[in-house]
Design a binder for this molecule. Structure first.
Ligand SMILES: [Zn+2]
Length: 190
């Protein structure tokens, strides 16, 4: 007849596993056992041993719960290692593109996704936009030229302004000045 409780040694013999393994299972809470006066000893309920009978190598087959935690841990590690890469790619797909207007010298600052989808844009007054506005009060039909394409022309105009080239054209000749500026920006100037 089966006893209700077994010492660790008896339980190990009955279960066919090393005593130390059984002790570890008790410590890990995998099987329920009652501690006795000697703190290395336990009384293992007979019912707890039933799981060992007929399947002595249970530990090699993960239970669904263990499998779930393994998969979850794997997923977290995968996300942590690949996540930053995706974030970098995502940020890298945003691009700032700046333009100037070949008519009024206003500047346009855009943020684009993958160079095509416009996310934000901001128009700012240009160095000669007031002059152009005064000479041609009608709203400008902007002719946007990217700095990447026409940056040299823009810089040339700024240099000319600094060196006083514009002042050669009399201030009274507003149209002359504006057309000169437009000529430089649109590369139609000699
Ligand atoms: Zn314009």
């Amino acid at each position: 007849m089966e006893k209700p409780f077994y010492s660790l040694r008896e339980a190990a013999r009955l279960a066919g596993v090393p005593e130390e393994n059984l002790r570890r299972s008790v410590l890990l809470g995998e099987i329920v056992a009652t501690p006795v006066a000697d703190d290395r000893q336990y009384l293992v309920a007979a019912s707890e041993l039933s799981r060992y009978r007929g399947k002595k190598s249970t530990s090699s087959t993960p239970e669904p719960r263990e499998r779930f935690f393994c998969l979850a841990a794997f997923a977290i590690v995968a996300i942590l290692s690949v996540g930053p890469l995706f974030i970098c790619l995502w940020i890298g797909s945003f691009q700032e593109v700046d333009y100037f207007c070949g008519n009024c010298t206003r500047t346009l600052h855009t943020t684009r996704l993958r160079q095509t989808v416009l996310i934000t844009h901001r128009i700012e007054a240009g160095p000669f936009s007031r002059l152009v506005q005064r000479v041609y009060p009608a709203p400008c039909r902007h002719e946007w030229i990217s700095f990447r394409e026409g940056g040299n022309r823009w810089r040339r105009l700024m240099t000319m302004e600094k060196e006083g080239v514009l002042s050669v054209i009399p201030e009274s000749d507003g149209v002359g000045r504006v057309e000169f500026i437009r000529g430089v920006l649109r590369r139609t100037a000699p």
